[in-house]
Design a protein. Structure first.
Length: 351
């Protein structure tokens, strides 16, 4: 991913929310982090199990703890508490307040990816000052980013690949990382540009948080991040991902990435089994045909591949669905959780 660095040992707070849509920040960090060494996850409902196995069936030696005291008492060297949830509205759950205060009193720095800034909360900020700990509000880092779109994206000669999706919380970033890693295994010089707070926490060299940036400067920030990856790394391929979904009523995303990054290759992550948007059951999901038409109308070409979000299916169902979609739409379709994305990489770079 990035050059190996000394990682800070951290525990993730995801009480009552790990095994849900809201735990997506924790999920990303359990899968990979080059910024933090993840010592475990606090969720008393899952104590005794492994966070990786609960997430995707892969044992990662990341235990669940019943409490912060349990974590600190069994695992020496923890320096940081990461808030591992991304709930609707981006506010800190009220039941997390005592846990945050407890962590501060015990000398832990706090990393927060929510829209609500802990450093703006008088009680928490005052307590952090008293005990000499850091409050890292990830979105605040990018809150005042002011970069106007300039057109310099046209100077970028690297191939640009963007994974966008049909809904939020369906693994767009994870699929993008799979493609990035596959390119690296082929010894193709590749850069990754993260577009959300979890990507920053995971430690990617190039990262912005697009929903923390003032709209007037959003496309400029995207352009600048991709351009810097090209200038600094001299890659053959740049991989990035969207946030939210093209037609999501609450979290629209994807258009700004296509407009600003000008990707030559678009991959559509598709939640085939969802009839309504996650967390918004009154809003029906658009058909795959409509999503494909919109991308083609906006971008001038169809996606080079469709990738299936498969958590709502077993392996046999997911692979069967992928073959049906590929046959119907004549677009390469893969299930990243169950099969390699190597065929997708071949569409980008050749066999």
């Amino acid at each position: 991913m990035i050059k190996n660095v000394t990682k800070t040992k951290a525990v993730i707070l995801a009480q009552d929310r790990y095994d849900s849509f809201y735990g997506k920040t924790a999920h990303g960090l359990v899968k990979f982090s080059n910024r933090y060494e993840i010592a475990g996850v606090i969720d008393s409902n899952l104590t005794g199990r492994d966070a990786g196995e609960v997430l995707d069936g892969i044992h990662r030696n990341i235990p669940f703890f019943s409490s912060l005291g349990h974590a600190l008492g069994t695992t020496p060297g923890i320096k940081t508490l990461i808030i591992g949830v991304a709930n609707a509205g981006g506010r800190l759950p009220r039941d997390y307040y005592p846990l945050i205060c407890e962590a501060i009193i015990k000398g832990l720095d706090i990393v927060n990816g929510l829209h609500m800034f802990l450093s703006d909360d008088p009680e928490i900020a005052g307590l952090a000052f008293r005990y000499g700990v850091k409050l890292i509000d990830v979105r605040k880092i990018f809150n005042n980013l002011r970069v106007s779109f300039s057109g310099k994206i046209l100077d970028v000669t690297a191939k640009k690949v963007a994974v966008i999706g049909t809904d939020g919380i369906i693994g767009k970033r994870t699929t993008a990382i799979d493609i990035f890693e596959c390119l690296q295994k082929r010894k193709i010089k590749t850069s990754f540009v993260a577009m959300g707070q979890t990507g920053w926490m995971q430690g990617f060299k190039h990262a912005i948080v697009i929903d923390a940036i003032v709209l007037d400067f959003l496309t400029g920030a995207i352009e600048d991040a991709v351009w810097k990856a090209w200038k600094q790394d001299d890659p053959e391929v740049i991989v990035t991902h969207g946030e939210g979904a093209m037609l999501h009523p609450s979290d629209p995303g994807g258009f700004e990435l296509l407009a600003a990054a000008k990707p030559e290759y678009v991959i559509l992550q598709y939640a085939s089994e969802r009839k309504t948007y996650a967390l918004f059951p009154k809003f029906e999901m658009p058909s795959l045909e409509r999503e494909l038409r919109i991308i083609e109308a906006f971008d001038g070409k169809k996606p080079i591949a469709i990738t299936l979000y498969s958590k709502e299916m077993n392996r046999e169902q997911a692979l069967k669905k992928a073959r049906q979609i590929q046959s119907r739409y004549n677009i390469l379709t893969r299930v990243p959780y169950h099969e390699s994305v190597d065929d997708i990489v071949s569409e980008i770079c050749g066999p």
